[in-house]
Each structure stands twice: as C-alpha cells, then as structure tokens.
Design a protein around this ligand. Structure first.
Ligand SMILES: C[S@@+](CC[C@H](N)C(=O)[O-])C[C@H]1O[C@@H](n2cnc3c(N)ncnc32)[C@H](O)[C@@H]1O
Length: 280
C-alpha cells in the first residue's frame, strides 16, 4: 500500500464515523506516525508504507473514529505557536485562551513580575507568558497531580524550568506569597451543561477541568476571593470566563473591591477575558 491509498482508507473510515475533518485528520495522523511534515506526505503519495505503519495507523484512526480528540492521539497541541505536550489528564489548550495571554503580554512586556497561574493544566498560559516576558517568573498550581507532571514536561521542553515552579495543590491553600499578576482559566461549565457538550469533550477531557458547579461560577468566585488576599496592591487579575458569564463575574469582582481595566471579546463578540485591578 502507498501513502495515498492509506490516507484515503483513513479518511473514508473517519467520514463514515461523521468526523467532519476526515481528510485533514487522516493526513495529520500519518504525518505524525512517519514523523514527517504533512506537506511532505502530499508530495510523496506514491511512496510505499510498511506493514507496521499500516497497523499503527489503523489503531490511531479507530481512536479518532471513536471521537477521541486528535490532540490526545498525537499527544500535542499548538498554542502560542509552540507545541505543548497534552494527555488525557489535561484540558486541551484552546485558541480563546491565547486572547488572555496576548493582553497580559502586551501590558507586562519587559517587566520584572511574579505570576501565579491557577489551574495550570498543561502550563500553556504561564509558559507562553514567560516565553515572552523574559524578566518574569512564576508558579503554576493544579489540583491534578498528573496535570502538574505534564506542565513540568512542557516547561522542560521550552527551557523555562529556571523561571517557573509547578506545584500540585489547590490555589485555596496558597499562603504567604503575593503576586503581581494572577492568571486563570478555571473550570467554568455549568454542571448541567456538561451532558450537552460534544462527545470529543465530554467523553475525553477531564471533568475537573470543565465542571464549574451549578452556575459554572464556583471556581471563578473562589479565584476572585483568593486573589483579594494574594494579589499585590497594584497587581492585576486576568480571568478567562465562559459565554454569558460576564455580568455575574463583573458583579463578584466589584463586590470584592476590583475594577475592570480591560475586557477581551472573542470573534463572536462575547467577553471571554477580564483584566481587573483593585479599586483605588
Ligand atoms: C479549564 S482547565 C485550564 C487548563 C489550562 N490553564 C488551560 O488554559 O488550558 C482548569 C484547570 O484547573 C484545575 N483545577 C480545578 N480546581 C482547582 C483548584 N481548586 N486548584 C487548582 N487547580 C484546580 C483543573 O485540574 C484544570 O487543570
């Protein structure tokens, strides 16, 4: 069998299982197996593939046909133009989270700041920020021990070990430090909405990374309360929030003595990220 035939086989199987991106996914799976760029496959369509490659390819295609996200199959996801290692213990980094990184980086570029990332997962937020703010250092915390292992792996890969520590604990147990910047993309889906998520998400991504309680605001609220005690007087809190949560989160921020300094909207015009400071 050659590359073209194998790609068609994979694509057909994924199409039968209603995977919309069947062609692309088939190409990405094979390019990952052969450790070649996708473009390289497409100019070598007549090249023969080994029996071993065919067997491994079929196994991965079956996983994708069962709706496992490609990021978990390939064990990587691009975020902030870098490849992050991911596995099923971590949320797959989302493009909207790059909006948060972008705003923070713009504000703190060239500043010597101490950052806390609450619910760090793969570490994608704090590592992307530190890769741009060379004077910064920070801590990422997560209640998932396995997620912390992934974050450490990514920090090694990106050569950022000296400037970041990853700690397996709840942010509620942080005492004795004050930060210039607290960033967080907390779990914010309403418990009752989880069943309506696509299979890719609800069957594979960790529930603890998604479930924000009855109104989706349980963890966000606690992050705001905690920030009240561990953010420096002139510090900044940068939060990612879910669709339609802006008014409620805004109210909690005001009650907790914060004023909003920047709102970042997604391409559908929803506020997805709030940057806030203490009122004067
Ligand atoms: C939505 S995910 C975000 C992951 C990553 N920061 C990102 O943006 O891709 C939320 C993360 O918060 C973690 N988490 C949930 N409750 C926590 C708590 N009380 N303390 C620390 N981390 C928590 C989860 O394990 C999960 O990794």
């Amino acid at each position: 069998m050659n590359i073209s035939e194998l790609l068609n086989l994979g694509s057909k199987r994924l199409k039968q299982n209603k995977i919309e991106t069947h062609q692309l996914d088939s190409e990405l799976v094979l390019s990952s197996l052969l450790k070649k760029q996708r473009e390289n496959l497409l100019i070598n369509l007549n090249k023969k593939v080994s029996k071993n490659t065919i067997d491994n390819f079929e196994k991965l295609i079956i996983r994708r046909a069962n709706r496992e996200p490609l990021a978990y199959i390939l064990k990587k996801k691009e975020f902030w133009s870098k490849d992050f290692f991911v596995d099923r213990n971590t949320l797959i980094p989302r493009p909207e989270t790059e909006l948060l990184c972008e705003s923070v980086i713009r504000i703190f570029k060239n500043k010597n700041i101490h950052i806390l990332d609450i619910g760090t997962g793969t570490g994608c937020i704090i590592l992307s920020i530190l890769s741009e703010i060379k004077e910064g250092k920070g801590i990422g915390v997560d209640v998932s021990r396995e997620a912390i292992k992934v974050a450490k792996k990514n920090s090694n890969k990106l050569g950022l070990n000296k400037r970041v520590k990853f700690i397996n604990k709840s942010f509620e147990d942080i005492y004795g430090y004050k930060f210039d910047l607290i960033v967080s993309n907390p779990p914010y889906i309403k418990t009752s909405d989880i069943k309506n998520l696509s299979d890719d998400i609800k069957k594979f991504e960790p529930k603890i990374a998604l479930d924000g309680g009855k109104e989706g605001l349980d963890v966000i609220k606690k992050v705001i309360y905690k920030s009240n005690t561990i953010l420096k007087k002139l510090g900044m809190l940068a939060l990612e929030i879910g669709y339609g949560q802006y008014y409620k989160v805004s109210k909690i921020l005001k009650e907790q003595n914060f004023k909003e300094v920047l709102l970042v909207k997604d391409y559908k015009n929803n506020v997805r990220c709030i940057l806030a400071k203490f009122k004067d």
